[in-house]
Design a protein around this ligand. Structure first.
Ligand SMILES: *[C@@H]1O[C@H](CO)[C@@H](O)[C@H](O)[C@H]1NC(C)=O
Ligand SMILES: *[C@@H]1O[C@H](CO)[C@@H](O)[C@H](O)[C@H]1NC(C)=O
Ligand SMILES: *[C@@H]1O[C@H](CO)[C@@H](O)[C@H](O)[C@H]1NC(C)=O
Ligand SMILES: *[C@@H]1O[C@H](CO)[C@@H](O)[C@H](O)[C@H]1NC(C)=O
Ligand SMILES: *[C@@H]1O[C@H](CO)[C@@H](O)[C@H](O)[C@H]1NC(C)=O
Ligand SMILES: *[C@@H]1O[C@H](CO)[C@@H](O)[C@H](O)[C@H]1NC(C)=O
Ligand SMILES: *[C@@H]1O[C@H](CO)[C@@H](O)[C@H](O)[C@H]1NC(C)=O
Ligand SMILES: *[C@@H]1O[C@H](CO)[C@@H](O)[C@H](O)[C@H]1NC(C)=O
Ligand SMILES: *[C@@H]1O[C@H](CO)[C@@H](O)[C@H](O)[C@H]1NC(C)=O
Ligand SMILES: *[C@@H]1O[C@H](CO)[C@@H](O)[C@H](O)[C@H]1NC(C)=O
Ligand SMILES: *[C@@H]1O[C@H](CO)[C@@H](O)[C@H](O)[C@H]1NC(C)=O
Ligand SMILES: CC(=O)N[C@H]1CO[C@H](CO)[C@@H](O)[C@@H]1O
Length: 639
């Protein structure tokens, strides 16, 4: 079977071999480098047991310097934006936000998976929270992005987050569309290039086939150096044309450019926005697919058990705070497995995003080569043969080999299999923000999961509630409904909803959750444009602009009264929620408009349901990326 595919491919593309020299610049820049470790190198940092976990010194230092040097002014700017809407707030809101209280909020923003739809919706919300956009500032919610301490992303949300961080924190317009006057080079930002389909960038199957061959050849250096390459590396090289520096419409297919190869996730620490502490600390989430995993802990319709550790990639470290491992390795030295030979250049930004959005394992392994992305796997198997390698996961040498053997499910594995961060059902990357050592007290959760008709219906929050109940020593999470039906019946996804409002001194360390979902069109009667399929891998720029504009309306409308299209008090109500935990710690009673707001926006704990929706929720990612690839390749093979 496989041979027939190769023969067909090679018969149609007898010139395959001529591409081999062309990819050297990308191939070299993508190749890990091994060298003796620096003195005092430590492969693994144990982060401690729940209750006494510690952050890396680098993260602790970043966060504390940001809190001292950047956030005081950022909160003041945000406050002045809120006040510009003629808000009449209780005095404690201004006292806290102007730094006149001993308490200050620690805000985390989480942006969900869901392919390009989620990247665009998440970008639209970040834009509405971005104080640099004057419309956002005058809408009274701009400035929160600058005031956040953490920003997490997963799958489509990792495309948004990695591109934003590595491009040096441009505005969202510049992120999506590139600069007005771009500098075409290996190392400058060109925009998301959404017009080019991630899987089939050209209209011409022969051009796409040459493109696929180039992507595979770009892995040759890594392969020749003895590292496992999988479909995730191929996927990473495709994603790199959209979410790392170096690709523009004018050079999309030009192999003399590196197209983001060599841009490292650890390298974000060298951007000027990071060095000036101007960007929230970025964290990407991926799931671990463990050979010995307990499938009884898999939510129906998902792939990864809730009991597997959730892995995070921050700029300094990769690992998990989940108690079964609670260990980290330096991101810059990913690929390293001992304290003497240190590998660098493995932590490609595109491979981090590619791991976070690696959903190709959702095909049953035994059928992988028959799957719709099988033809690409055949191409890889032909050009870079690797007997016995599992192709459909991201493969990272396991720095935690032998660590925590009693509790860590992959302690005896030489490689970690990383897959899409939404495959356990948690499509919003909340777990890193629930780590108590991070002290996050308010989370702005952006949810563009596809549950029903390409819209969100709350499945991700239910999964997080279930998971945190399994790890109650490590995490606390506010109560949310237990079924999708309750979200629908109570309109919790069509307007912003606050969870965890019943604050007492005993639960003050549970974060308050501000939930903004892509759950329906705006209240002003616009036809919906943000409910596109996860499998849609290209968008006309004009459509992206429409989606960003509609998302701006969704993020700024609040929860209007019947008949109205906008709640004029939304900026005030959001500010009340932002300061609420700090207020509680400061011993102030909720008062004034903040009391009214909490009645209006907080979930009341009711279990009102309509007919149950059958429970068939889906992960926020789709299995269909490969189908797109297959249709192009299939077309070639029919020729
Ligand atoms: C706030 O009040 C001032 C003075 O009454 C008015 O000029 C301004 O338009 C108001 N702004 C908003 C956003 O309502
Ligand atoms: C904060 O304190 C400063 C200095 O005491 C004072 O000028 C300012 O009005 C206070 N701001 C608020 C909002 O309390
Ligand atoms: C990406 O390009 C932008 C400018 O376009 C630059 O500021 C940034 O430093 C570059 N990022 C990296 C990681 O080189
Ligand atoms: C891109 O980088 C590669 C590798 O450093 C270099 O050989 C190539 O000339 C660069 N291309 C351009 C157009 O700058
Ligand atoms: C970041 O800067 C450090 C110090 O100048 C340098 O050693 C390192 O190679 C840089 N990393 C990247 C990915 O550019
Ligand atoms: C995968 O395929 C094997 C062999 O055909 C089968 O036994 C197994 O049930 C399948 N697993 C899933 C999740 O479909
Ligand atoms: C959550 O847990 C409940 C109770 O065990 C279970 O019925 C439900 O299917 C779970 N749902 C999700 C999304 O995890
Ligand atoms: C949900 O929204 C619909 C349409 O606006 C409204 O008719 C209904 O009363 C709302 N339901 C609840 C429980 O608020
Ligand atoms: C989901 O979005 C796709 C376009 O991306 C559209 O073709 C499809 O009809 C949508 N599905 C629903 C149920 O709206
Ligand atoms: C501000 O956001 C709006 C809504 O998406 C957008 O139309 C506008 O171009 C943005 N302005 C800037 C300067 O980014
Ligand atoms: C919060 O407390 C109020 C008053 O006791 C109660 O009505 C409401 O159901 C509680 N909300 C939640 C989410 O438990
Ligand atoms: C790193 C890499 O891919 N090097 C290749 C550059 O091209 C020559 C052929 O001209 C190959 O032999 C190298 O392997």
């Amino acid at each position: 079977m496989l041979q027939i595919h190769f023969v067909v491919l090679l018969a149609i593309f007898p010139w395959l071999g001529i591409f081999v020299t062309a990819q050297n610049v990308s191939s070299q820049a993508y190749t890990p480098v091994a060298a003796p470790c620096p003195a005092g190198f430590n492969l693994v940092r144990m982060a401690g047991a729940p209750g006494s976990q510690s952050l890396s010194t680098s993260e602790a230092s970043y966060v504390s310097t940001r809190k001292t040097n950047v956030l005081p002014q950022a909160w003041k700017t945000y406050l002045s934006n809120v006040l510009s809407t003629n808000a009449s707030l209780p005095a404690y809101v201004a006292t806290i936000l102007s730094g006149n209280s001993s308490e200050i909020p620690t805000l985390g923003i989480a942006t969900s998976g869901g392919g390009y739809r989620a990247a665009i919706f998440g970008a639209g919300v970040l834009n509405a929270l971005d104080g640099r956009n004057s419309s956002s500032a005058s809408a009274g919610i701009g400035g929160l992005l600058q005031s956040a301490t953490y920003l997490s992303g997963l799958s489509g949300g990792s495309w948004l987050l990695t591109s934003l961080a590595q491009a040096n924190f441009p505005t969202i317009q510049e992120l999506a569309f590139g600069p007005a006057t771009p500098t075409v080079s290996n190392n400058s930002w060109g925009g998301w290039n959404t017009d080019y389909d991630i899987a089939t960038p050209s209209d011409n199957p022969a051009t796409d086939m040459e493109y696929y061959t180039n992507l595979v050849e770009e892995l040759r250096g890594k392969y020749n150096a003895g590292y496992v390459v999988t479909f995730a590396d191929f996927w990473a090289r495709a994603l790199a044309r959209h979410f790392t520096n170096g690709t523009f419409p004018s050079n999309f297919f030009d192999e003399s450019y590196t197209h983001g190869a060599g841009i490292l996730w650890s390298g974000v620490a060298n951007t000027t926005s990071f060095m000036s502490y101007s960007i929230p600390f970025p964290i990407v989430v991926a799931d671990l697919q463990a050979p010995d995993q307990n499938s009884s802990e898999i939510i129906v319709g998902d792939e990864i058990p809730l009991t597997n550790p959730i892995m995070e990639f921050n700029v300094f470290e990769m690992g998990t705070f989940d108690p079964q491992l609670s260990a980290f390795t330096p991101t810059k030295y990913l690929g390293t497995t001992n304290n003497s030979i240190c590998v660098t250049n493995y932590d490609q930004s595109s491979l981090v995003a590619g791991s976070s959005s690696e959903l190709f394992n959702t095909y049953n392994l035994t059928n992988t080569f028959n799957s719709s992305f099988g033809p690409i796997l055949s191409l890889m198997a032909d050009l870079l043969p690797e007997p016995k390698v599992e192709y459909d996961v991201a493969s990272w040498p396991n720095p935690f080999y032998g660590v925590a053997p009693a509790t860590f499910i992959d302690s005896a594995q030489t490689n970690l299999n990383l897959v899409d961060g939404g495959e356990d059902g948690e499509v919003i990357p909340l777990q890193p923000l629930l780590v108590k050592a991070r002290g996050v007290d308010v989370i702005f959760a952006i949810d563009a999961t596809s549950d029903i008709n390409n819209f969100t219906d709350g499945s991700s929050l239910i999964a997080t509630q279930n998971r945190t109940s399994l790890y109650s020593s490590a995490y606390s999470f506010p109560p949310v409904p237990t079924s999708l039906g309750e979200f629908t019946a109570q309109n919790l996804t069509t307007s912003p909803t606050f969870f965890g409002c019943n604050t007492t001194s005993s639960n003050v360390s549970t974060p308050l959750l501000i939930y903004l979902a892509n759950g329906g069109p705006p209240h002003d009667g616009e036809a919906p444009v943000t409910n596109t399929s996860t499998a849609q891998l290209s968008y006309a720029s004009s459509v992206v602009q429409e989606m960003l504009s509609q998302t701006f309306v969704i993020a700024t409308q609040g929860y209007p009264d019947d008949g109205a299209t906008k709640d004029p008090d939304w900026p005030s109500c959001l500010a009340c929620a932002i300061v609420d935990r700090a207020r509680e710690r400061a011993g102030e009673a909720r008062s004034g408009i903040c009391s009214t707001c909490m009645n209006r926006y907080c979930w009341n704990g009711s279990t009102l349901t309509t007919a149950t929706s059958g429970g068939a929720h889906r992960i926020g990612i789709s299995y269909s990326f490969g189908l797109v690839v297959a249709s192009a390749v299939g077309a070639i093979m029919l020729m």
